[in-house]
Design a protein around this ligand. Structure first.
Ligand code: FAD
Length: 154
């Protein structure tokens, strides 16, 4: 497939979560036109902390998001499991694992990660239609630009 024919592809992504926004940024980098539909009325930047493991860090580096992530995340050296009464159960030495990998883990709040993804989506001029609940996908025999997604305002 040539870049010219790729440019004619129109891809709709349903959901502006972590997966949807990463996919949108990745496809945009390949020169493919993407539009994101999200049922929430705006960016949903709530959530707890999460750890991006080295395999995720490698992908985020390819998407040119890792520097932003590094600036507001921390690398964990170990993880401990404890019982509900706080009794130590076991420990994983993450520094030892990191010494065998090119990339580190990054502990980050889900909100901060989502904000970085939104920032890069805006920078890439990718359109996100909020408050649009995709209710039906009308497929043509071959998946072409005539394939329609019926989204209804919520
Ligand atoms: C407390 C917590 C801690 C976590 N910790 C980690 C961790 O340490 N490491 C890790 O790798 N993962 C972690 N996870 C999991 C990780 O956050 C999720 O796997 C990730 O957010 C999933 O992303 P997603 O884009 O697939 O889904 P979501 O973030 O759920 O996004 C899906 C989006 O699609 C939208 N949507 C759904 N249906 C439609 C529709 N019909 N039309 C339009 N929009 C639609 C939804 O509104 C939503 O915004 C954690 C999750 C939680 C809750």
């Amino acid at each position: 497939m040539t870049l010219e024919s790729k440019n004619k592809l129109e891809i709709a992504i349903l959901g502006a979560g972590i997966a949807g926004l990463c996919t949108a940024i990745a496809l945009h980098k390949k020169g493919i036109n993407v539009t994101v539909y999200e049922r929430n009325p705006g960016p949903k930047t709530i959530g707890a902390g999460m750890v991006l493991w080295p395999n995720a860090s490698a992908i985020l580096d390819k998407l040119e998001l890792l520097n932003d992530i590094k600036s507001i995340s921390q690398t964990l050296e170990k993880m401990q499991r404890r019982s509900d009464s706080n009794k130590f159960l076991n420990e994983i030495n993450l520094s030892k694992i990191a010494s065998n990998t090119t990339y580190s883990n990054h502990a980050i709040s889900r909100q901060a990660l989502h904000e970085i993804l939104i920032k890069h989506t805006i920078k890439s001029k990718i359109t996100i239609h909020y408050a649009q609940h995709a209710a039906e996908i009308k497929k043509t025999p071959t998946f072409t630009s005539t394939t329609k997604i019926k989204s209804t305002p919520i």
